[in-house]
Design a protein around this ligand. Structure first.
Ligand SMILES: C[C@@](CO)(OP(=O)(O)O)[C@H](O)COP(=O)(O)OP(=O)(O)OC[C@H]1O[C@@H](n2ccc(N)nc2=O)[C@H](O)[C@@H]1O
Ligand SMILES: Nc1ncnc2c1ncn2[C@@H]1O[C@H](COP(=O)(O)OP(=O)(O)O)[C@@H](O)[C@H]1O
Length: 284
């Protein structure tokens, strides 16, 4: 069985405070992209994982493996699965690559093992693996709250083009959140404004409402993020923003074709650059 694990970006991200469990209360609007990892999953006596395209462990430290092991344990399933993962989403990028893989494994094994678990049950399991996993199980466009476990699907947005630019370093999500807590003047929330724009579904409106409370934190650590934003704007982006805890920066374009043209204009040293587009929940 072939399963696609789609990357995500955050179109808006507000941090509302810290929770008793040490995580942060969020309000964010997330959107899956056509860019995806691929997983070939077949039944086997035990759980095995082979990774192609990235230097990643293939044991329990890998979120894809961890998802299979957790599902097998909770479903008390006797068999296993052979998982072959082809990575295309860059690591520690703010694109939820690991979370997307974990969600793809939960979705795929739920079918392959005929477990019959519903979306809410899978999302509860996913939340134990990582905060972005519940959204990755739903995909499309959604309002996400809590630690990331409360997902409210929204109507699909127009299929906008997206250029992704990732500088040559990863970012620790935990460190970005820790540094956020130390901000004297945290950014103003903007998720509600984006929610209204998402309901209207107008591209220029969406682009004008992009907001990410974590962006100033990561940008203070890596000023190149500001340079990438300026270059994407100069290439004609409708709007630009860092995704999640970063460091990937995205630019929105009216179509995939215009994103492809703009991607060819990006001259940032040593950056990973690709053009993709919004991916709706209903599509594989
Ligand atoms: C920032 C966001 C925005 O969508 O995405 P990415 O930038 O990672 O893609 C998410 O909140 C990241 O989700 P995810 O990367 O799954 O985080 P987890 O593995 O669950 O947690 C990593 C660390 O981030 C912090 N964390 C995460 C989520 C949250 N709501 N509050 C937090 O404080 C915690 O310190 C936690 O130990
Ligand atoms: N299948 C996986 N794909 C990517 N990263 C993984 C995976 N399994 C574990 N990881 C670890 O999780 C960390 C964060 O992964 P990722 O989800 O790509 O980051 P982000 O949430 O910032 O997009 C990586 O640095 C990597 O060490």
């Amino acid at each position: 069985m072939l399963v696609k694990a789609h990357a995500k970006i955050n179109l808006a991200l507000d941090v509302l405070g810290t929770r008793p469990d040490g995580y942060h209360e969020l309000e964010t609007i997330m959107q899956t992209l056509e860019l995806h990892d691929e997983l070939e999953i077949t039944t086997a006596p035990d759980i095995t994982l082979a990774v192609q395209g990235a230097d990643l462990p293939a044991g329990p430290e890998n979120l894809a493996y961890r998802a299979a092991a957790l599902l097998r344990e909770r479903a008390e399933y006797a068999g296993g699965a052979e998982i072959r993962l082809v990575k295309r989403i860059p690591l520690a990028a703010g694109l939820a690559g690991g979370s997307a893989d974990a969600a793809a494994v939960l979705r795929g094994l739920n079918k392959l093992w005929h477990l019959g678990l519903g979306p809410a049950e899978l999302a509860a399991l996913g939340a134990e693996i990582g905060s972005d996993v519940p959204f990755c199980l739903y995909g499309g466009t959604a309002l996400v709250r809590g630690r990331g476990e409360a997902v409210t699907p929204l109507r699909d947005l127009p299929p906008l083009g997206v250029v992704l630019v990732k500088p040559p370093f990863g970012v620790s999500t935990a460190e970005v959140y820790r540094r956020y807590d130390a901000l004297v003047n945290p950014p103003q929330p903007g998720c509600r404004r984006m929610l209204a724009a998402a309901k209207r579904g107008d591209a220029a409106d969406l682009a004008a409402c992009l907001v990410n409370s974590l962006e100033p934190v990561t940008m203070s650590l890596h000023p190149v993020i500001g340079a990438i934003k300026r270059e994407l704007s100069a290439a004609g982006a409708l709007g630009v923003l860092m995704s999640g805890s970063g460091p990937t920066v995205f630019g929105l374009f009216k179509s995939r074709a215009s994103a492809e043209r703009a991607a060819g204009m990006i001259r940032q040293e040593d950056c990973w650059v690709t053009a993709t587009c919004f991916h709706g929940a209903g599509r594989e």
